[in-house]
Design a protein around this ligand. Structure first.
Ligand SMILES: [Zn+2]
Length: 287
């Protein structure tokens, strides 16, 4: 198992904001103190504007340098442009390592799946997963799926991928919930699996299983996974009902598809996040 992270991604925070540095530091600590699975640690490399601009407008990229909050959830931070670029870089590196045959997880912040083509929002500044998916399509992959199990709808991912050739988006999320989208399928290639707030765990798991079945039928060459851990029953931001073992199950189910995949951290705000990630990557690693 290879994990991409960088201690620099903990270099911004706002007091009381749930998307906080401890999400990463506590997870690194837990993963480094275990010996069930060997982990190779690497840092993100480099990204070009051209790679970012497949997913975003030039205005949006320029806006990252203007010192003004993006919305109430999404503050401006000094150097947020660099932090966002590093997280997107890790997504591109994840693709590279996947193509080299590695099991790979990007443990970075900020997350990305709410950032639309034109707008940073919902703790997200650049849409990491679509930057990687569009890079894959631009460099030889003919068919890619994005699977998003964050409890919130990946509205930004949908916005960027809607009706793009060669890619399909499968999102399982709570509805209604932030950001208010994701009730129905959109276009030819965006498939939404809404789950009611506080729906029983079996219902949530059934929606995940259905999405994975549909994804399999799309028969992609590879899968980019938006791995959010906030559908967990004790997460403070939503009313999901999944237990720790369900994230392990998800890792195993993805592996069982026998389609190469890489995963990027999206949300997940409970104190148990490190254990949830550990369970998931154990599943990914076949344990
Ligand atoms: Zn979320």
């Amino acid at each position: 198992m290879t994990i991409i992270t960088d201690e620099k991604c903990t270099g911004y925070s706002r007091f009381g904001h749930p998307e906080r540095p401890a999400r990463i530091t506590a997870t690194v600590e837990q993963l480094k103190s275990q010996n069930e699975i060997p982990i190779e640690w690497i840092s993100p490399t480099k990204i070009s504007d051209k790679q970012i601009l497949r997913a975003h407008s030039p205005e949006m990229l320029a806006r990252l340098k203007i010192p003004q909050d993006f919305d109430a959830d999404t503050p401006y931070f000094e150097n947020i442009s660099d932090f966002a670029r590093a997280s997107a870089t890790a997504a591109l590196d994840a693709l590279k390592f996947l193509r080299a045959g590695e099991n790979i997880f990007s443990l970075m912040r900020p997350p990305g799946h709410h950032a639309t083509r034109e707008k940073s929002m919902g703790f997200c500044y650049l849409n990491n997963i679509t930057i990687a998916a569009l890079e894959a399509l631009a460099t030889g992959t003919k068919k890619i799926a994005v699977f998003d199990f964050d409890v919130h709808h990946g509205n930004g991912t949908e916005d960027i991928l809607l009706d793009r050739e060669g890619v399909a988006f499968f999102s399982v999320h709570q509805f209604p919930a932030y950001p208010g989208t994701g009730e129905k399928n959109r276009g030819e290639n965006c498939f939404n699996y809404p789950v009611a707030p506080s729906a029983p765990r079996e219902i949530y798991r059934a929606a995940l299983a259905r999405a994975l079945d549909d994804l399999k039928n799309f028969s992609p060459e590879l899968i980019a996974v938006s791995a959010g851990f906030d559908a967990y029953a004790r997460d403070p931001l939503a009313q999901g009902t999944l237990l720790a073992e369900d994230f392990h199950w998800l890792g195993k189910e993805l592996r069982a598809l026998k389609i190469p995949f890489f995963s990027l951290l999206e949300g997940g705000y409970s104190r148990d996040l490190p254990g949830l990630i550990f369970g998931y990557i154990k599943g990914v690693d076949g344990k």
